[in-house]
Design a binder for this molecule. Structure first.
Ligand code: SF4
Ligand code: SF4
Length: 396
Protein backbone atom coordinates (compact mmCIF):
# COMPACT_ATOMS: atom_id res chain seq x y z
CA UNK A 1 0.00 0.00 0.00
CA UNK A 2 3.00 2.29 0.43
CA UNK A 3 2.97 3.01 -3.27
CA UNK A 4 -0.63 4.21 -3.33
CA UNK A 5 -0.83 8.00 -3.61
CA UNK A 6 -3.97 10.09 -3.50
CA UNK A 7 -3.48 13.42 -5.20
CA UNK A 8 -6.09 15.91 -4.06
CA UNK A 9 -6.22 19.44 -5.41
CA UNK A 10 -7.95 22.20 -7.29
CA UNK A 11 -5.64 22.47 -10.30
CA UNK A 12 -6.46 19.62 -12.66
CA UNK A 13 -3.42 20.07 -14.93
CA UNK A 14 -0.89 20.05 -12.12
CA UNK A 15 -2.60 17.13 -10.38
CA UNK A 16 -2.41 15.11 -13.61
CA UNK A 17 1.23 16.16 -14.15
CA UNK A 18 2.15 14.95 -10.65
CA UNK A 19 0.18 11.74 -11.16
CA UNK A 20 2.01 11.02 -14.48
CA UNK A 21 5.39 11.65 -12.85
CA UNK A 22 4.50 9.31 -9.98
CA UNK A 23 3.35 6.60 -12.40
CA UNK A 24 6.72 6.87 -14.16
CA UNK A 25 8.25 6.04 -10.80
CA UNK A 26 5.95 2.99 -10.37
CA UNK A 27 3.73 4.72 -7.83
CA UNK A 28 0.05 4.03 -8.11
CA UNK A 29 -2.07 7.20 -7.97
CA UNK A 30 -5.62 8.32 -7.83
CA UNK A 31 -6.51 11.96 -8.55
CA UNK A 32 -9.36 13.84 -6.88
CA UNK A 33 -10.22 17.36 -8.00
CA UNK A 34 -11.75 19.26 -5.10
CA UNK A 35 -12.08 22.78 -3.73
CA UNK A 36 -11.36 23.59 -0.08
CA UNK A 37 -14.97 23.43 1.00
CA UNK A 38 -15.50 19.98 -0.56
CA UNK A 39 -12.69 18.31 1.36
CA UNK A 40 -14.68 17.07 4.36
CA UNK A 41 -17.06 15.18 2.09
CA UNK A 42 -14.20 13.75 0.04
CA UNK A 43 -12.42 12.53 3.17
CA UNK A 44 -15.61 10.80 4.36
CA UNK A 45 -16.09 9.08 0.98
CA UNK A 46 -12.48 7.96 0.57
CA UNK A 47 -11.53 7.51 4.22
CA UNK A 48 -10.17 3.95 4.00
CA UNK A 49 -8.10 4.61 0.88
CA UNK A 50 -6.73 7.88 2.26
CA UNK A 51 -5.88 6.25 5.59
CA UNK A 52 -3.86 3.50 3.95
CA UNK A 53 -1.83 5.45 1.45
CA UNK A 54 -0.07 8.75 1.06
CA UNK A 55 -1.76 12.06 0.36
CA UNK A 56 -0.44 14.92 -1.79
CA UNK A 57 -2.38 18.18 -1.50
CA UNK A 58 -2.16 20.45 -4.56
CA UNK A 59 -3.58 23.88 -3.70
CA UNK A 60 -2.64 27.55 -3.92
CA UNK A 61 -0.01 28.45 -1.34
CA UNK A 62 -2.31 30.66 0.69
CA UNK A 63 -5.05 27.97 0.76
CA UNK A 64 -2.82 25.32 2.32
CA UNK A 65 -3.21 26.56 5.90
CA UNK A 66 -6.97 25.93 5.85
CA UNK A 67 -6.71 22.79 3.72
CA UNK A 68 -4.25 21.06 6.06
CA UNK A 69 -6.40 22.03 9.06
CA UNK A 70 -9.31 20.09 7.54
CA UNK A 71 -7.03 17.02 7.37
CA UNK A 72 -5.74 17.65 10.91
CA UNK A 73 -9.30 17.64 12.26
CA UNK A 74 -9.89 14.29 10.54
CA UNK A 75 -6.71 12.76 12.01
CA UNK A 76 -4.30 12.92 9.04
CA UNK A 77 -0.92 14.02 10.36
CA UNK A 78 1.55 12.92 7.68
CA UNK A 79 0.92 14.73 4.40
CA UNK A 80 2.72 16.02 1.36
CA UNK A 81 1.88 19.32 -0.27
CA UNK A 82 2.52 21.10 -3.52
CA UNK A 83 1.71 24.85 -3.63
CA UNK A 84 1.01 25.11 -7.36
CA UNK A 85 0.96 28.90 -7.71
CA UNK A 86 4.34 29.57 -6.10
CA UNK A 87 6.36 26.40 -6.81
CA UNK A 88 7.39 24.58 -9.99
CA UNK A 89 6.88 20.84 -10.35
CA UNK A 90 9.92 19.09 -11.82
CA UNK A 91 8.93 15.81 -13.56
CA UNK A 92 12.49 14.53 -13.19
CA UNK A 93 12.55 15.19 -9.48
CA UNK A 94 8.97 14.31 -8.58
CA UNK A 95 9.73 13.09 -5.07
CA UNK A 96 11.71 16.27 -4.24
CA UNK A 97 9.14 18.61 -5.75
CA UNK A 98 6.44 17.67 -3.27
CA UNK A 99 7.03 18.74 0.33
CA UNK A 100 6.39 16.41 3.28
CA UNK A 101 4.91 18.09 6.34
CA UNK A 102 4.21 17.23 9.97
CA UNK A 103 0.55 18.12 10.14
CA UNK A 104 0.39 17.86 13.94
CA UNK A 105 1.38 21.54 13.92
CA UNK A 106 -0.50 24.35 12.15
CA UNK A 107 0.85 26.78 9.58
CA UNK A 108 1.69 30.42 10.29
CA UNK A 109 0.42 32.86 7.62
CA UNK A 110 3.27 35.28 7.30
CA UNK A 111 6.61 36.42 8.73
CA UNK A 112 8.87 39.40 8.09
CA UNK A 113 12.62 39.22 8.68
CA UNK A 114 14.85 42.27 8.95
CA UNK A 115 17.95 41.58 6.84
CA UNK A 116 19.26 45.13 7.06
CA UNK A 117 18.20 47.83 9.52
CA UNK A 118 19.24 50.90 7.59
CA UNK A 119 18.19 51.95 4.11
CA UNK A 120 19.66 53.88 1.18
CA UNK A 121 16.46 55.93 0.71
CA UNK A 122 15.64 57.46 4.12
CA UNK A 123 11.93 57.90 3.43
CA UNK A 124 10.15 60.23 5.82
CA UNK A 125 7.92 58.20 8.15
CA UNK A 126 9.41 54.83 7.12
CA UNK A 127 7.28 52.00 8.58
CA UNK A 128 10.36 50.23 9.91
CA UNK A 129 11.82 53.53 11.16
CA UNK A 130 14.90 52.80 9.02
CA UNK A 131 15.68 56.48 8.42
CA UNK A 132 16.46 56.71 12.14
CA UNK A 133 18.99 53.88 12.02
CA UNK A 134 22.62 53.27 11.22
CA UNK A 135 23.06 52.25 7.56
CA UNK A 136 25.71 49.64 8.34
CA UNK A 137 23.58 47.79 10.90
CA UNK A 138 22.45 44.41 9.59
CA UNK A 139 20.26 41.55 10.79
CA UNK A 140 22.19 38.65 12.30
CA UNK A 141 22.17 35.54 10.10
CA UNK A 142 22.82 33.01 12.88
CA UNK A 143 20.16 34.47 15.15
CA UNK A 144 17.69 34.50 12.23
CA UNK A 145 18.42 30.84 11.51
CA UNK A 146 17.83 29.98 15.18
CA UNK A 147 14.51 31.83 15.15
CA UNK A 148 13.41 30.12 11.94
CA UNK A 149 14.34 26.68 13.28
CA UNK A 150 12.37 27.39 16.44
CA UNK A 151 9.38 28.41 14.30
CA UNK A 152 9.81 25.12 12.47
CA UNK A 153 9.22 23.30 15.80
CA UNK A 154 5.96 25.19 16.22
CA UNK A 155 4.53 25.34 12.68
CA UNK A 156 4.66 22.92 9.75
CA UNK A 157 5.25 25.85 7.44
CA UNK A 158 4.86 29.56 6.79
CA UNK A 159 2.66 30.92 4.00
CA UNK A 160 4.80 33.87 3.01
CA UNK A 161 8.18 35.08 4.27
CA UNK A 162 9.44 38.52 3.35
CA UNK A 163 13.12 39.34 3.73
CA UNK A 164 13.26 43.06 4.12
CA UNK A 165 14.74 46.02 5.94
CA UNK A 166 15.48 48.75 5.67
CA UNK A 167 16.91 47.80 2.33
CA UNK A 168 17.85 44.08 2.46
CA UNK A 169 20.27 44.30 -0.49
CA UNK A 170 22.56 46.56 1.57
CA UNK A 171 23.52 43.49 3.59
CA UNK A 172 26.23 41.68 1.59
CA UNK A 173 25.05 38.42 3.23
CA UNK A 174 21.50 38.76 1.90
CA UNK A 175 21.89 35.67 -0.39
CA UNK A 176 22.67 33.61 2.75
CA UNK A 177 19.40 34.78 4.30
CA UNK A 178 17.57 33.70 1.14
CA UNK A 179 19.26 30.30 1.14
CA UNK A 180 18.74 29.59 4.84
CA UNK A 181 15.09 30.64 4.76
CA UNK A 182 14.37 28.46 1.73
CA UNK A 183 16.12 25.46 3.31
CA UNK A 184 14.16 25.74 6.55
CA UNK A 185 10.79 26.57 4.98
CA UNK A 186 10.62 24.91 1.54
CA UNK A 187 6.87 25.58 1.38
CA UNK A 188 6.88 29.36 1.76
CA UNK A 189 6.24 32.04 -0.85
CA UNK A 190 9.63 33.72 -0.42
CA UNK A 191 10.09 37.39 -1.30
CA UNK A 192 12.75 40.09 -0.99
CA UNK A 193 11.10 43.45 -0.34
CA UNK A 194 13.38 46.07 -1.87
CA UNK A 195 13.31 49.60 -3.22
CA UNK A 196 15.23 48.16 -6.20
CA UNK A 197 18.00 50.76 -6.31
CA UNK A 198 20.78 48.20 -5.84
CA UNK A 199 19.33 45.58 -8.20
CA UNK A 200 21.22 46.78 -11.35
CA UNK A 201 24.47 46.34 -9.40
CA UNK A 202 23.76 42.81 -8.13
CA UNK A 203 26.08 40.09 -9.39
CA UNK A 204 24.82 37.38 -11.69
CA UNK A 205 25.71 34.82 -8.97
CA UNK A 206 23.55 36.54 -6.39
CA UNK A 207 20.64 36.80 -8.80
CA UNK A 208 21.01 33.14 -9.75
CA UNK A 209 20.93 32.23 -6.05
CA UNK A 210 17.69 34.19 -5.65
CA UNK A 211 16.21 32.39 -8.66
CA UNK A 212 17.39 28.92 -7.61
CA UNK A 213 15.86 29.44 -4.18
CA UNK A 214 12.52 30.19 -5.85
CA UNK A 215 12.58 33.67 -4.34
CA UNK A 216 11.13 36.74 -6.03
CA UNK A 217 11.35 40.50 -5.53
CA UNK A 218 8.59 42.84 -4.34
CA UNK A 219 9.78 46.25 -5.53
CA UNK A 220 8.45 49.41 -3.89
CA UNK A 221 8.37 52.02 -6.63
CA UNK A 222 9.02 55.27 -4.74
CA UNK A 223 9.72 58.50 -6.69
CA UNK A 224 13.53 58.10 -7.03
CA UNK A 225 13.03 54.52 -8.21
CA UNK A 226 10.68 55.48 -11.08
CA UNK A 227 13.44 56.84 -13.27
CA UNK A 228 15.58 53.70 -12.95
CA UNK A 229 12.73 51.20 -13.30
CA UNK A 230 13.73 50.16 -16.84
CA UNK A 231 17.23 49.19 -15.68
CA UNK A 232 15.88 47.30 -12.68
CA UNK A 233 13.42 45.30 -14.79
CA UNK A 234 16.04 44.58 -17.45
CA UNK A 235 18.49 43.17 -14.89
CA UNK A 236 15.83 40.92 -13.36
CA UNK A 237 14.42 39.82 -16.71
CA UNK A 238 17.89 38.97 -18.06
CA UNK A 239 18.39 36.68 -15.08
CA UNK A 240 14.88 35.20 -15.04
CA UNK A 241 14.10 36.47 -11.54
CA UNK A 242 10.37 37.14 -10.99
CA UNK A 243 9.16 40.36 -9.36
CA UNK A 244 6.15 42.46 -8.51
CA UNK A 245 6.02 46.25 -8.74
CA UNK A 246 4.06 48.32 -6.25
CA UNK A 247 1.83 51.10 -7.54
CA UNK A 248 3.91 54.15 -8.50
CA UNK A 249 2.86 56.15 -5.51
CA UNK A 250 4.18 59.50 -4.42
CA UNK A 251 2.29 59.38 -1.12
CA UNK A 252 2.97 57.70 2.20
CA UNK A 253 0.43 57.19 4.99
CA UNK A 254 0.76 57.59 8.73
CA UNK A 255 -1.59 56.23 11.37
CA UNK A 256 0.02 56.07 14.84
CA UNK A 257 -1.69 57.70 17.81
CA UNK A 258 0.32 59.06 20.72
CA UNK A 259 -2.53 58.45 23.17
CA UNK A 260 -4.20 55.02 23.07
CA UNK A 261 -7.77 54.35 21.98
CA UNK A 262 -10.10 52.90 24.65
CA UNK A 263 -10.34 49.58 22.82
CA UNK A 264 -8.02 47.86 20.32
CA UNK A 265 -10.88 45.96 18.68
CA UNK A 266 -12.00 48.36 15.97
CA UNK A 267 -8.46 49.08 14.75
CA UNK A 268 -7.69 45.37 14.59
CA UNK A 269 -10.94 44.52 12.80
CA UNK A 270 -10.37 47.23 10.17
CA UNK A 271 -6.66 46.54 9.78
CA UNK A 272 -5.28 45.46 6.42
CA UNK A 273 -2.11 44.11 8.05
CA UNK A 274 -3.28 41.77 10.81
CA UNK A 275 -0.94 39.00 9.65
CA UNK A 276 2.24 41.11 9.55
CA UNK A 277 4.11 38.96 12.06
CA UNK A 278 7.84 39.40 12.42
CA UNK A 279 10.81 37.69 14.05
CA UNK A 280 13.71 39.56 15.55
CA UNK A 281 16.42 38.51 17.96
CA UNK A 282 14.59 35.55 19.51
CA UNK A 283 11.10 37.10 19.55
CA UNK A 284 7.99 36.62 17.44
CA UNK A 285 5.60 39.57 17.28
CA UNK A 286 2.00 39.73 16.17
CA UNK A 287 2.75 42.87 14.15
CA UNK A 288 5.98 44.51 13.01
CA UNK A 289 4.53 47.94 13.82
CA UNK A 290 4.63 46.91 17.42
CA UNK A 291 7.96 45.08 17.13
CA UNK A 292 9.89 48.16 15.98
CA UNK A 293 8.03 50.87 17.91
CA UNK A 294 10.83 50.86 20.52
CA UNK A 295 12.83 52.80 17.92
CA UNK A 296 10.38 55.69 18.14
CA UNK A 297 10.52 55.48 21.94
CA UNK A 298 14.31 55.70 21.85
CA UNK A 299 14.47 58.50 19.28
CA UNK A 300 11.71 60.74 20.65
CA UNK A 301 11.16 59.70 24.28
CA UNK A 302 7.72 58.21 23.50
CA UNK A 303 6.08 55.45 25.44
CA UNK A 304 4.64 52.90 23.02
CA UNK A 305 4.15 49.43 24.57
CA UNK A 306 6.80 47.01 23.33
CA UNK A 307 6.54 44.01 25.64
CA UNK A 308 3.68 42.26 23.86
CA UNK A 309 5.71 39.63 21.97
CA UNK A 310 6.50 35.92 22.21
CA UNK A 311 9.90 34.84 23.52
CA UNK A 312 10.70 31.95 21.20
CA UNK A 313 13.22 30.41 23.60
CA UNK A 314 10.88 30.12 26.58
CA UNK A 315 7.29 30.19 25.36
CA UNK A 316 5.05 27.38 26.51
CA UNK A 317 2.55 28.10 23.75
CA UNK A 318 2.33 25.68 20.84
CA UNK A 319 1.70 26.81 17.26
CA UNK A 320 -2.09 26.43 17.62
CA UNK A 321 -2.12 28.66 20.71
CA UNK A 322 0.11 31.25 18.99
CA UNK A 323 -2.29 31.40 16.03
CA UNK A 324 -5.16 31.92 18.49
CA UNK A 325 -3.26 34.77 20.22
CA UNK A 326 -2.55 36.37 16.84
CA UNK A 327 -6.19 36.21 15.79
CA UNK A 328 -7.09 38.63 18.61
CA UNK A 329 -6.38 42.38 18.92
CA UNK A 330 -3.29 43.20 20.95
CA UNK A 331 -2.26 46.16 23.08
CA UNK A 332 -0.46 48.01 20.30
CA UNK A 333 -3.65 48.11 18.16
CA UNK A 334 -4.91 50.78 20.60
CA UNK A 335 -2.24 53.05 19.15
CA UNK A 336 -3.24 52.39 15.54
CA UNK A 337 -5.58 55.19 14.61
CA UNK A 338 -6.29 53.56 11.24
CA UNK A 339 -6.78 57.13 10.01
CA UNK A 340 -4.11 56.52 7.38
CA UNK A 341 -3.33 60.21 6.90
CA UNK A 342 -1.57 60.73 3.53
CA UNK A 343 1.46 62.97 2.97
CA UNK A 344 3.75 63.54 0.01
CA UNK A 345 6.78 61.24 -0.16
CA UNK A 346 10.12 62.86 0.66
CA UNK A 347 13.45 61.88 2.14
CA UNK A 348 14.19 62.68 5.75
CA UNK A 349 17.46 61.63 7.39
CA UNK A 350 17.60 60.97 11.15
CA UNK A 351 18.73 64.46 12.16
CA UNK A 352 15.67 66.02 10.51
CA UNK A 353 13.10 63.41 11.60
CA UNK A 354 10.35 64.33 14.09
CA UNK A 355 7.87 62.15 15.97
CA UNK A 356 5.09 63.90 13.99
CA UNK A 357 6.38 62.15 10.85
CA UNK A 358 4.64 59.04 12.23
CA UNK A 359 1.95 60.39 14.56
CA UNK A 360 -1.55 61.53 13.65
CA UNK A 361 -3.81 63.84 15.62
CA UNK A 362 -6.76 62.12 17.36
CA UNK A 363 -9.32 64.27 15.49
CA UNK A 364 -12.89 63.15 14.75
CA UNK A 365 -11.94 62.74 11.08
CA UNK A 366 -8.88 60.61 11.84
CA UNK A 367 -10.32 58.46 14.59
CA UNK A 368 -14.00 58.12 13.63
CA UNK A 369 -14.51 58.81 9.91
CA UNK A 370 -11.31 57.42 8.38
CA UNK A 371 -11.70 53.97 10.03
CA UNK A 372 -15.18 53.67 8.49
CA UNK A 373 -13.74 54.43 5.06
CA UNK A 374 -11.00 51.90 5.68
CA UNK A 375 -13.56 49.28 6.74
CA UNK A 376 -15.41 49.77 3.43
CA UNK A 377 -12.18 49.53 1.46
CA UNK A 378 -10.77 46.49 3.27
CA UNK A 379 -12.16 43.75 1.00
CA UNK A 380 -11.63 45.58 -2.35
CA UNK A 381 -8.06 46.42 -1.24
CA UNK A 382 -7.39 42.78 -0.35
CA UNK A 383 -8.71 41.67 -3.75
CA UNK A 384 -6.61 44.29 -5.58
CA UNK A 385 -3.48 43.30 -3.69
CA UNK A 386 -3.96 39.62 -4.54
CA UNK A 387 -4.22 40.60 -8.25
CA UNK A 388 -1.03 42.66 -8.38
CA UNK A 389 0.99 40.46 -6.07
CA UNK A 390 1.82 37.61 -8.42
CA UNK A 391 5.50 37.78 -9.36
CA UNK A 392 6.27 37.72 -13.07
CA UNK A 393 9.25 37.96 -15.33
CA UNK A 394 9.53 38.71 -19.04
CA UNK A 395 11.89 35.81 -19.61
CA UNK A 396 12.45 32.65 -17.53
S1 SF4 B 1 12.66 52.40 0.96
FE1 SF4 B 1 11.35 51.31 2.39
S2 SF4 B 1 12.71 50.65 4.05
FE2 SF4 B 1 13.79 52.24 2.90
S3 SF4 B 1 13.36 54.12 4.03
FE3 SF4 B 1 11.84 53.92 2.37
S4 SF4 B 1 10.07 52.91 3.32
FE4 SF4 B 1 11.85 52.61 4.67
S1 SF4 C 1 -0.97 47.18 15.60
FE1 SF4 C 1 -2.88 46.09 15.21
S2 SF4 C 1 -4.14 47.49 14.00
FE2 SF4 C 1 -2.02 48.24 13.92
S3 SF4 C 1 -1.13 47.38 12.08
FE3 SF4 C 1 -0.65 45.99 13.77
S4 SF4 C 1 -2.32 44.47 13.79
FE4 SF4 C 1 -3.00 46.23 12.55
Amino acid sequence: MDNKFSIIGNNRNICLQISAAMLNNDKCCSVHIAEKNGLDGLISEQFDILSNGRIILVFRNEELKDVTEVFYRRGFFVLSIFPWDTHRFDDNKAAESVIMIDNKNPRLDYVEIEVSRGCNLNCKGCNEFSNLLDKSSFGDLESTKRDLLRLKDLFWGIGKIRLMGGEPLMNPDFPEFVKATREIFPDCDLRLLSNGILIPKLSREDLQMVKECNCSFDISVYPPVKKMLKRIKKRLDENGVPYTLSLKNSYFFKSLLKEPLRSPVESFNNCLFTHCHGINDGYLSACTNQMYAYRLNEAFGLNFPTEDKIDLSSTELDGWAINRVFSQPHEFCRYCGQGMVPYRWETCPAHKAKAEDWLIEPTFLNVKVAPLVQKMLKNPAKWLRSKIRKPRTERR
